[in-house]
Design a protein around this ligand. Structure first.
Ligand code: HEM
Length: 115
């Protein structure tokens, strides 16, 4: 371990450095219209800067479950959306809260209808 400097701030051996992922993923200099839900911005993964999007971290401690999590999410969504339609419940907009990870306070409330 050695001293280092990040953007003018000295980092000493043993210091903890935390990346504000929420801020990174909504940074105005990295993303156009950063607060908009626009999945198409990921259509061409090569157009996304490698260090601008780190949902699974990076480097030697990168999430070992990343591929599994992405596959699992697609399977769960495909299974549910083949059977049900989901709609927002008026007045129950999900409110994001930052604990260690970002999560919806009180859960996500949706109306469910069988297809
Ligand atoms: C959407 C789901 C998931 C997200 C967003 C996520 C995100 C992360 C992040 C940000 C890290 C820290 C990386 C770092 O320190 O730079 C991490 C570490 C880790 N994740 Fe995940 N993860 C997810 C699912 C999973 C699953 C399904 C598993 C196991 C089956 C898993 C196992 C781990 C393990 C073992 C580590 C620690 C790796 C290490 O420190 O060497 N994760 N994950």
């Amino acid at each position: 371990m050695a001293r280092d400097v990040i953007c003018g701030t000295e980092i000493l051996p043993g210091d903890t450095v935390m990346l504000p992922i929420y801020a990174l993923h909504r940074h105005r200099t990295l993303w156009p219209d950063p607060d908009a839900f626009r999945p198409a911005r990921f259509a061409d993964p090569k157009s996304v800067d490698r260090f601008a999007y780190l949902p699974f971290g990076d480097g030697p401690r990168i999430c070992i479950g990343a591929s599994f999590a992405l596959q699992e999410a697609v399977i769960i969504l495909a299974t549910l959306l083949a059977r049900f339609r989901f709609a927002l419940i008026p007045g129950k907009l999900p409110k994001p809260v930052m604990i260690l990870t970002l999560r919806p306070e009180g859960g996500v409330w949706l109306g469910v209808e069988r297809v």
